[in-house]
Design a protein around this ligand. Sequence first.
Ligand code: TXA
Ligand code: MG
Length: 342
Amino acid sequence: MKTKIIDCTKTIDDEALQQCGKQLRQGEIGIFPTETVYGIGANALDEKAATHIFEAKGRANDNPLIVHVADFDILEQLVEPPSEMEQKLIDAFFPGPFTLILKRKETVPNVVTAGLDTVGIRMPENEIARKLITYANCPICAPSANISSRPSGTKLEDIQEEFDGKVAFMIDGGMTTIGVESTVCKVIDGIPTILRPGKITPQDIEEVVGICKLDSHLFQSATGKVESPGMKYKHYAPNAEALMVYSDVEDTMIQLIKENLRPNTAIIGFQEHQKYFPNQKFYVHGHIHQLEEIMHNIFTLLRQVDREKPDFIIIEGVKKEGLGIAIMNRLIRSVSYRYIEK
Ligand code: TXA
Ligand code: MG
């Protein structure tokens, strides 16, 4: 298949987007930007098209896809009426980097939900994504556009090779603004529970409905029965072995890195710490306390470091608070849970 590249980095090419929308509706798959990460999408009501996504990503078929919508009216076709609390969350966080797990209707094919009786619904805010869904005139199921277990794509250049020839189109919308995937939330026994942390934090949810819980697997590996199948799988991993270190005390953090250095180590860390490692390859993920900046940069940095082929990677972590919850959830997985905290 010849993959068409559509450049929407400077202006949105409506005509091309209409064409892409039509292709999605007719059963093809394609890559598009959202405000979180790039997605690889298909018509969510077309079982065969959805299957192609699993094949292109090498994704386990028990890991369900999120369904993306551009307007509220379509919800009643896809899900049972939301509870009062679910409705408050929808009102507060749609459109945005937020996925709500709801009871699905039979219209959503089994492949999309991996046989679950629920479906994740997200209404992206990114203009290209919204227009594409609107032009397609159908809900779009889309996981992150990366080969399974690889870091998610926040720039088209990072993922272009992985999917070249496997999708009908790729829409370039420049670097995504947020940088990590949406917050996945499910109301369980009346309590909104975060199954995957993101830009919408537990505090944001508490402000809307007064309560919020974190799933117990956010910082540890999970096997067996979990609320969200994605928790079980290897994620965001660079090719080289990697270690994460964290301490509240700056000197201790520097010490932890020094103790663990090996030949040909790449460090991913704070701008303020670069000066302590003049002889190491050092990649800045952001400034201390600038969590939005770190969130924006981590996935593309993991890929950049990979291209330099270090033998070992050390990553500086952040405090598990606010946006730091999402950052640490991704980083802990990317180092396959090799983590030292002092
Ligand atoms: O920001 C995002 O959410 C991006 C963009 C493209 O929208 N999408 C994304 O999709 O990250 P994906 O498939 O890479 O991650 C979806 C996560 C998986 O961990 C999956 O297991 C979980 O959401 N999930 C999907 N449907 C679910 C359901 N019905 N119940 C529990 N977890 C679900
Ligand atoms: Mg993913």
